[in-house]
Design a protein around this ligand. Sequence first.
Ligand code: GLV
Length: 308
Amino acid sequence: MSFLYKADPERGAVWARLFAERAPDIDFRIWPDIGNPSAVRYLAAWEPPENLAETFPNVKVVFSVGAGVDQFDFSRIPPEVPVVRMIESGLVAGMVEYATLAVLAAHRDWLPYAAQQREGVWNPIRVRTAGSRRVGVLGMGVLGQAVLAKLQGFGFQCAGWSRTARELPGIESYAGEEGMDAFLARTDILVCLLPLTNATRGILSRDLFERLPPRSVLVNVGRGGHLVEQDLLDALDSGRLSAAILDVFDTEPLPPGHPFWRHPRIMVTPHIASMTQPETAVEAVLENLRRHREGLPLIGLVDRRQGY
Ligand code: GLV
C-alpha cells in the first residue's frame, strides 16, 4: 500500500522522512518514482497527474498539498474518491503573517513611502490610528478567521464577508450577495482570502471596486483568477483604489513586461504568502488517514459542487 506525493520535491523529502518515522507501514513515494501504480491508495498533489483514475485505479483519497483545490479538475477524479484541502497550522501561520504585514503596510503607507524614497522625496503623511481604519476580509474560512483574529489585536475595525453567515467574536459579519454592499462600503483595506470557484472568479472587478470607499487598498492573497487585472489598473488610475498588494496572478510567474511589475502603487510578491509546512502537513494528513480508516469525517473534505 503506497502514498504518492507529487509536489515540490525538496519539501517532499521532509514528508518522506516524517512518514518513515510516523507511518513506517506506508510505502511513501515521490513523483515520478511511482512504483506499482495499483498499489497507490493515497495521492497528495499540487497538480494531480493526468489520467489519474486510469493510472491509479485503487486510489482512495486525493489530498491537495495546498489550501486551494482550484487547480484540480474534478471531472478527472472518480466521484466516490474524497478530495481533501490542506488545513494545517503552518500554512495558517504563514498566511496570518503575510496578511498582517500587508494590512500594516497599507495602514502605515508603506507603498507611498517606497515610491517617495525612489524619487528622493521627504513627505510625511499623517499617522492614523489602527482604530480609525476599517479592514474587511473576503472569505471567513480557516485562513480568513485566523487573519481577522490577529488583526483585531491591533485595534483595526474588522469585518468579514462569507457566502453563508459566520459569527466570530468581535468581528462584524456580512454574508451573501445581500451583505456585500454594506461590507464593501465600510472597508478601507480589503483582503481577499476566498477560494477560487465559478462563483468567485473575477469577483475583484470594477463593479466591486466602485462599492469601496475612495482610496481603498486591495490585498489579494486568494488566487489570480479572482482579479480582473485591467479593472485594477483603471481603479488605481481613477483613485478609487490607492494601492494594491498582490501575491497571486492569473499567469504565474507574472510575465516579463506585465504592467504590474513597475506600477508605483502595486506591490508584487511571487505567490509566497504562505506555504504548506511539511511537519504540520504530515500531521494533518496522518490524522485524516486515521479518520479514513475508521470511517470518520475527513478534515478539509471538499464539496465538489461548491468547488472548495
Ligand atoms: C497556496 O496558494 C495554497 O493553496 O496553499
